[in-house]
Every structure is written in C-alpha cells, then in structure tokens.
Design a protein around this ligand. Structure first.
Ligand SMILES: [Zn+2]
Length: 112
C-alpha cells in the first residue's frame, strides 16, 4: 500500500538533489510523483519509494547511490538515494551507532 511521501522525506530528497546536472534535475522532478511503497523493518526512517512512471521521466544513466551525504547532526549518520531504471527507489538512512534513526534529521545538517 503506497502512502504519500512525508514532508521530512521530501525535504531530505530535495537537500540531496540540489545539482543542476541532468540526473539531479530529473530525480528532483520525480519527487511530486513519488510515494512510499514500504518501510524498513528495523524501525529506522528508511523508505522504499515508487514513482508514477507515467508522470515522470527517468533520469539519464548514473551510478548508485545516485546521491549520498553525511549529517553533521546526528554524528555518524548518513543518507543515500538509490534508483532503479532511472527512478527513485530507496531513501536510506544509516548510522554507525547501534540504535536505528527513527526520524529524518533536519536537512540543514546534510554535509555534502
Ligand atoms: Zn532500518
């Protein structure tokens, strides 16, 4: 059951996809057409994404993760965006600590 992208996940995607390059631009244009397909079982904020492919163009060929960054706060936490066939497919948060991060940190703390 797909559900709408949360505001926090949306701002996190936008904070990571700031480039004017064709890949960032195409992925950014997919955000309004993206929904959450499922969540990570461990309780962290990671979400599996599904894009309405009829409504948005795929990004040109690129590597995976399509974008990644560390946070300055909280420490030892990072975020990655993965794609499938040029479409957003996963927004993953990870941490070096053993506790899962259950909410998206403030995107102001993304370090690129
Ligand atoms: Zn998890």
């Amino acid at each position: 059951m797909a559900e709408p992208l949360s505001q926090d996940a949306t701002t996190t995607l936008k904070a990571l996809l700031t480039g004017s390059d064709p890949v960032s631009s195409a992925l950014r244009a997919q955000i309004p057409h993206t929904r959450v397909e499922s969540r990570c079982g461990c309780g962290c904020a990671t979400v599996d994404l599904v894009v309405d492919r009829a409504a948005a163009q795929p990004a040109p060929a690129h590597g995976n993760p399509a974008a990644d960054a560390w946070y300055s706060v909280p420490e030892d936490a990072g975020v990655m965006i993965f794609t499938e066939d040029g479409y957003l497919s996963l927004l993953e948060i990870y941490s070096a600590s053993s506790e899962p991060i259950t909410a998206w940190p403030d995107p102001r703390f993304v370090e690129r």
